[in-house]
Design a protein around this ligand. Structure first.
Ligand code: SF4
Length: 378
């Protein structure tokens, strides 16, 4: 399956923990961005005729895509259609909204242009926690946006939640999980806060002005998973939970090592067996597009058979579907059974029907298991 990702790098205000490529922008910069995306998309479409018409999933992420005005959103969709994207044949088209810019006008444009799924960055339903990490919206604005996305019933809706926030108790989190699970959304993404020492929150933590209780991480994750599963949401990837049939096809394609086109600063793509990205910072990306998107301006990562197998191990173990031993064998590699049984005996994984997958606390040690399996690959 071929996907398409568009990165919109604008946010009204930068959250204190943010490590995405995002910044506040005046209107003229948003218009320039659309001209540049148009140039980048057209250059790719000319070099790869038929690529856009083969796309089956679209994901517009950021940043905050809804920082674009309704007219700018319509222009972006028009650029993609002009390159050959057939919205009618897409299996899924997701657009990310932040609460403060989720309104009826933008939603109407999204629906008219063929968006079928919305993803809303709520993060917490406790005002004091939103304030502590510098989110720009209030709980009230978040819930209003959620109601709006759910109204009409013809959009699939995801909501993002965060855990292990400074000052967050287990009860705070479980209340949020329960409230969201009962809200009508079909999908919840649940991410643990990562404190980057170079960002505002990390600086406050390193100065002792803020604390994040890392000891709560495991309990918060495991108890949220239990509650979500009781509420009918299945964990299909380490941070993603869905009611039956509500899984994100676009993201599943990433984890299945499917290919995807990618445009916008800091967007990474995978096409023709090669992983690629253009200059990631806006100013350098602008220069690259203005120079006609030369191939030598891209960073290309042609994968060796070992890289492919390593990706297969890493990506498949993120999901509940697990790593198929025959899948690894098709790639020319195997892992001795005793290396896998070690994790089974520790209660971190199971091995059945030729599939190795994480269970229980094993999800908390995913990176360790992946590295171990990878190191034993032969
Ligand atoms: S909304 Fe997301 S992308 Fe924007 S600043 Fe906050 S964390 Fe970063």
């Amino acid at each position: 399956m071929l996907g398409l990702y568009i990165h919109v790098p604008f946010c009204k205000k930068i959250c204190d923990y943010c490590d995405f490529h995002a910044f506040p922008a005046p209107e003229w910069l948003k218009l320039e961005y659309l001209d540049l995306v148009s140039g980048e998309v057209s250059a790719f479409a000319e070099r790869h005729p038929g690529a856009f018409s083969a796309v089956e999933t679209l994901y517009v992420g950021g940043g905050t895509p809804s920082a674009l005005s309704p007219e700018q959103m319509a222009r972006l969709f028009g650029i993609l259609a002009g390159a050959g994207l057939d919205f009618g044949r897409l299996k899924e088209a997701t657009f990310e909204f932040n609460p403060e810019s989720c309104d009826e006008e933008r939603l109407a444009v999204a629906r008219e242009c063929g968006i079928t799924r919305a993803s809303l960055g709520l993060q917490s339903l406790h005002q004091r926690l939103l304030d502590r990490v510098g989110r720009s919206h209030s709980v009230e604005t978040g819930m209003r946006a959620l109601d709006l996305l759910l109204s009409g019933g013809n959009l699939r809706v995801n909501a993002d939640l965060m855990f292990d926030l400074p000052g967050q108790s287990l009860d705070d989190l479980l209340q949020d999980v329960e409230r969201l699970a009962g809200s009508g959304v079909g999908h919840i993404s649940l991410y643990g806060l990562k404190v980057d020492p170079a960002k505002r929150l990390g600086i406050r933590v390193s100065k002792g002005l803020e604390t994040v209780d890392e000891d709560l991480y495991a309990e918060m994750y495991l108890k949220s998973v239990d509650l979500l599963e009781k509420c009918g949401f299945s964990r299909y990837e380490t941070s993603n939970f869905a009611r039956a049939g509500e899984e994100s096809l676009h993201n599943l394609n990433y984890w299945n090592r499917g290919e995807y086109l990618a445009f916008g600063p800091s967007a990474h793509g995978f096409y023709g067996g090669v992983r690629f990205y253009a200059p990631e910072k806006y100013a350098r990306w602008r220069e690259y597009v203005k120079n006609g998107c030369p191939r030598e301006g891209l960073t290309l990562d042609a994968l060796t058979p070992e890289d492919v197998a390593a990706e297969y191990v890493q990506l498949s173990l993120r999901t509940k579907y697990g790593m198929r031993l025959d899948g690894l064998k098709k790639l020319g590699f195997s892992v001795p059974e005793e290396a896998l049984l070690r994790w089974v005996s520790e209660g971190y994984a199971e091995l059945s029907g030729g599939v190795f997958r994480l269970v229980g606390r094993g999800w908390l040690f995913m990176d360790t298991v992946v590295l171990d399996v990878y190191s034993k690959m032969e």
